[in-house]
Design a protein around this ligand. Structure first.
Ligand code: GUN
Length: 300
């Protein structure tokens, strides 16, 4: 048996097309152009790549993209002042402050300064609490993308045993809440869990979000399980030449493929869904701002 590949690139393309169609309708019927502001502080090269990609995909979906760059030496007050200006700007429906921030800036204060209804990352304490209590929230993009892939593959997830490996605020914890909302039986495990292998082996759905390259191996997997690999780890690849690297997930793809029922590859699995969900969240935020009905297919 070989696991079915869950094609995140194709699902993300379909979601972006849906976003673009909704945006065209909003512009036509309501003269509403959803706008996303991205704030980048400093010159982290990986963040530069992400921010450029977010801007390009935002424009391609027919939305307004506002990019704000501050020097790595920017003060806490400068960043907070920019966030406050974006909160007040009616053309901005979504605000994303790219992480990580320079050390002199407290990320928690900046995130919690974003108006919760514009917090398209879903990191504001109010959105965290709303998701945790089952109220309407902005949902973090990566877990939302994972849930969309799971729903597309399985339909109903009710009653399934789901194990989330990783307890980050960005992925692990919100993922667990989303799966609880689907009536899964949810276990959160992490790098310090005792007998992680035995815990993983119980999972009908395994979410790997621990940030360790190829840690989860084939004999950790229940035969037929669905494996969602959130990891993006760059590792040396001497087989490709000196100084070459390649991306691998948290799952040891080669040994898991013959055991799992379905699996997301890295790259081309969860990754492309994250930005597509960011666009979807921005459209959702714009509709809520104008008290318009929320379009189907963009969120929960
Ligand atoms: N840096 C890496 N991932 C993310 C993300 O999902 N949101 C933000 N704001 N920064 C990030």
């Amino acid at each position: 048996m070989t696991a079915m590949l869950i094609d995140g690139k194709a699902h993300a393309g379909a979601l972006r097309a849906r976003v673009a169609a909704v945006v065209a309708g909003l512009r036509e019927a309501h003269d509403l152009m959803p706008g996303l502001a991205v704030v980048l502080v400093g010159e982290d090269p990986a963040s530069e790549v992400y921010v450029r990609s977010k801007g390009r995909q935002t424009r391609e979906a027919g939305m307004a993209s506002f990019e704000h760059r501050l020097p790595g030496s920017a003060s806490q007050d400068e960043v907070l002042a920019l966030v406050e200006a974006l909160n007040q700007d009616p053309d901005v429906h979504g605000i994303l402050v790219q992480l990580p921030l320079p050390l002199q800036i407290r990320a928690d204060l900046v995130i919690n300064a974003i108006a919760p209804e514009k917090d398209v990352d879903g990191f504001h304490i109010s959105n965290v609490g709303r998701l945790g209590t089952g109220q309407r929230a902005m949902v973090p993009c990566t877990p939302l993308g994972c849930l969309m892939l799971l729903r597309a593959h399985h339909g109903m997830l009710e009653g399934m045993d789901a194990v989330v490996v990783g307890r980050s605020n960005i992925v692990g914890k919100p993922m667990a809440h989303l799966l609880l909302g689907e009536n899964c039986t949810v276990t959160i495990a992490h790098s310090r869990s005792r007998d992680l292998r035995a815990i993983c082996k119980r999972a009908d759905i395994l979410i790997a979000a621990v940030g360790r390259p190829a840690m989860i191996e084939g004999d950790w997997i229940k035969p037929g399980a669905t494996v969602i690999d959130v990891g993006i780890n760059r590792v040396p690849a001497p087989e490709l030449g000196a100084d070459k690297t390649r991306l691998v997930g948290d799952v040891d793809f080669g040994s898991v493929l013959p055991v799992a029922g379905a699996i997301t590859p890295v790259p081309g699995g969860v990754g492309p869904m994250t930005i597509a969900c960011l666009l979807a969240n921005t459209v959702t935020a714009a509709c809520r701002a104008l008290a318009l009905p929320e379009p189907d297919g963009l969120g929960l």
